[in-house]
Write a protein that binds this ligand. Structure first.
Ligand code: SF4
Length: 240
């Protein structure tokens, strides 16, 4: 039996949704971009980063995990929600050490691109300057913990897509950090450069060695096109 379709309203625009979809999936199909940092097409949504929080039937809920329902009313691109998202981004920037101009990922970094898209030019919160490590023991991969935003994508990709337990989190709050599966050194794990976990990082925290500058700066995905433009181009004019 075909899944039931119905309409939901997003920022006052009626779009078609299919039973079983999440709000984010329905919006993606309709060409409406909802900001996100912890989503990957091959992984189940986890609602970790909270960037996709929308006001859904007047309650704040992550759009990546919320199933659609008939007559649902979603607020997404509002000054209030975007201000909250800027604050979340601000916290991510100041809780790590992000030096965009010298980062290998500049121009293809989702954090940087979302900052530009949402108008966060300079962090407003005080920098924390945490003492974090760069781990370069693996022959093909390095991890720069200064740039890790704790999105969990590498943890989930290793388990769900590579069938390995490589990464985990330790600590809470500002002390929370990524660890490597009980091993002290990255090269003692079974992580391989071909693993999905080595390629899902939305920022420049996990980098494959000797590949960083293959695409020159100025020719990277977000150098000319804002993050989310691919989704917005899917359907130029949503119904409504
Ligand atoms: Fe996310 Fe990258 Fe940190 Fe893993 S290393 S948690 S993918 S930011």
């Amino acid at each position: 039996m075909a899944a039931e379709t119905f309409f939901i309203t997003v920022d006052g625009v009626e779009i078609e949704a299919t039973e079983g979809q999440t709000v984010m999936e329905a919006c993606d199909e309709a060409g409406i971009y909802i900001p996100r940092l912890c989503m990957h097409d091959d992984l189940k949504p986890a609602g970790h980063c909270r960037l996709c929080t929308c006001k859904i039937n007047k309650r704040y809920i992550s759009a990546c995990t919320m199933p659609v329902a008939r007559n649902m009313e979603v607020e997404n691109n509002t000054p209030e929600l975007n201000a909250d998202r800027r604050t979340l981004l601000d916290m991510l920037f100041v809780e790590g050490n992000h030096f965009c101009p010298s980062c290998e990922k500049s121009g293809s970094c989702d954090l940087q691109a979302l900052g530009y898209r949402l108008g966060l030019v300079t962090p407003q919160l005080p920098y924390q300057w945490p003492d974090r490590q760069v781990v370069a023991t693996h022959p093909d991969i390095f991890i720069d913990h200064n740039r890790c935003i704790l999105c969990g994508l590498c943890v989930r990709a290793a388990k769900a897509l590579d069938g390995k337990t490589i990464f985990a989190f330790e600590g809470r709050g500002i002390q929370k950090h990524l660890i490597t599966g009980g091993k002290e050194r990255l090269d003692e794990t079974t992580l391989a450069s071909a693993d999905k976990a080595a390629h899902v990082c939305p920022v420049g925290a996990i980098v494959i060695k000797r590949t960083a500058y293959q695409t020159p700066q100025g020719k990277r995905p977000y150098d000319h096109t804002p993050i989310g433009a691919d989704i917005e181009a899917r359907h130029a004019s949503p119904k409504g």
